[in-house]
Ligand binder design. Structure first.
Ligand code: AMP
Length: 216
């Protein structure tokens, strides 16, 4: 099963990707997570991209396509994957078409757009927290941790992503409208495009996604 989650930052792509991953046993490929891991390890790549990410801008298409091509060749991707936060531009989508053709002609990608109004996105993202140790996601409004600043799973410290400050969120939304939203038109004209309303409880959104993924 090959899935792509499209939608603005904060619509719940990461949360839904993790649920899909657990249910269907296919890996979540999040370019944002891959880049953040590089930043945390302070690798040359991490140092190169940190400032761009902190500004809420996009990392170069060339770099992202190289990361994706290497990642999709890994053995755990053989039976499927969930693309989360990639592609983000038309050149990335075109690059992905080429990579998928090289991997296997018979891959059928289901593209799911999760849509949520901007004001709700800003509310959600400013209250988002992430465990600095295991990456578990929390939301002070929607999914608060049991203990104020600690991860329920591992006790790690919960932090706010540098790019989850309101000003950067507005910038990320602007970048989304300009560079990523045109992808909706790109995929709409192909088969297997679906839209789900993301302004509902996580379980309701997930139930609809499962229905879509179970369709032949
Ligand atoms: P995310 O966690 O998906 O919101 O990504 C966080 C940041 O990483 C973005 O604001 C970009 O700076 C960068 N990034 C992640 N995925 C991509 C991508 N596909 N293309 C360009 N930049 C990306």
């Amino acid at each position: 099963m090959y899935v792509m989650l499209l939608g603005a930052p904060g619509v719940g792509k990461g949360t839904q990707a993790k649920l899909i991953m657990d249910k269907f046993r296919i890996p979540q490929i999040s370019t944002g997570d891959i880049l953040r891991a590089e930043v945390k390890k302070m690798t040359p790549l991490g140092k190169e991209v940190k400032a761009v990410m902190d500004r809420g801008e996009l990392v170069s298409d060339e770099l992202i396509l190289k990361i994706i091509e290497n990642r999709l060749k890994e053995p755990d991707c053989q039976n499927g994957f969930i693309l989360d936060g990639f592609p983000r531009t038309i050149p990335q989508a075109e690059g992905l078409d080429v990579i998928l053709q090289k991997l296997d002609n018979h891959i059928t990608l289901k593209v799911i757009e999760i849509s949520v109004p901007d004001e709700e996105i800003i509310k959600r993202l400013t209250s988002r927290r992430v465990c600095s140790n295991c990456g578990e996601l929390y939301n002070l409004l929607l999914k608060p941790p049991l203990d104020d600043n600690k991860c329920d799973k591992c006790g790690g410290e919960l932090i706010q992503r540098d790019d989850d400050k309101e000003e950067t969120i507005r910038k990320r939304l602007e970048v989304y409208r300009r560079s990523t939203e045109p992808l909706i038109g790109y995929y709409k004209q192909k088969k297997n495009f679906y839209r789900v309303d993301g302004a509902r409880p996580v379980e309701a959104v997930f139930a609809e996604i499962v229905r879509v993924l179970s369709e032949k």
